[in-house]
Write a protein that binds this ligand. Structure first.
Ligand code: F6R
Length: 240
């Protein structure tokens, strides 16, 4: 694992943005895996700023999101599809064919998961996967106890994740308790992974990810076994 320690959230976002743009320009047809939540907002903001300055183009890239809530329409303001359109896709030069997000409203959810896996395989896997981390070690929506070889599937969210994510909803009752997520095996197929960790509340998770036992009880610990992982974390996440 390569560990990059930065001062704060802004510097973390600057660093990941540079790395992202480097892959965007270096690769002929880059395939990106993206996360939602609070952590990557600074990255998306910077990518839009750079695009507006006319410095970069996304016309040759493909995007796969990690996850989506079950039951939320893509126009629901708390859906991850809405988040992505709002934070990034509506502001850059991408067409709908370049963007992939699991459909949480699919009639046949199992079929939707298989379709998503196949799309990632057809794209020859993800070149750069951006990850955040849950305080319980989840990656995507793979909660503690998920087998390391899991593939894209329907999963149950833990009470702790529902509580933490209720900040994106009007009330905790509105938070779906199921989601579709790329599996841990799917994420580990990525050629490169960058995990972003910011804030004091993530410091235990950071320690366990980098130094803890590799165990299914703490999903992010599997990253220790991937050959191309960078963790960019700020001083607060390092407990300073
Ligand atoms: C989001 C995702 C989650 C988040 C994690 C951290 O697509 O897959 O694993 O990365 O819950 O969320 P934040 O960044 O809001 O702390």
């Amino acid at each position: 694992m390569k560990i990059v320690k930065v001062k704060d959230y802004e510097e973390m976002s600057d660093k990941v943005c540079e790395l992202f743009i480097d892959r965007l320009t270096a690769l002929k047809n880059p395939v990106f895996g993206l996360a939602t939540g609070s952590t990557p907002k600074g990255l998306y903001k910077r990518l839009v700023q750079r695009y507006n300055k006319g410095k970069i183009s996304f016309d040759h890239a493909t995007f796969f999101n990690l996850d989506e809530y079950i039951g939320l329409d893509q126009n629901h303001p708390s859906s991850y599809a809405y988040y992505m359109k709002n934070k990034l896709y509506n502001h850059i030069n991408v067409s709908s064919e370049q963007i992939h997000i699991p459909n949480g409203k699919a009639k046949d959810l199992k079929k939707e998961c298989d379709r998503y896996e196949q799309l990632i395989r057809d794209a020859n896997y993800i070149d750069l996967q951006i990850l955040g981390i849950g305080i319980n070690g989840h990656i995507g929506f793979n909660e503690p106890g998920t087998p390391f070889d899991s593939r894209t599937d329907v999963v149950q969210l833990t009470n702790s994740t529902i509580k933490v994510n209720s900040r994106f909803f009007n009330s905790i009752e509105e938070v779906p308790n199921e989601a579709i997520t790329m599996g841990i095996g799917t994420i580990m197929d990525s050629k490169e992974i960058v995990m972003l960790i910011s804030g004091e509340h993530k410091s235990k998770a950071l320690q366990q990810t980098i130094y803890g036992e590799v165990t299914e009880n703490f999903p992010a610990s599997i990253l220790q076994t991937h050959e191309n992982v960078t963790i960019i974390a700020d001083a607060a996440a390092f407990g300073e």
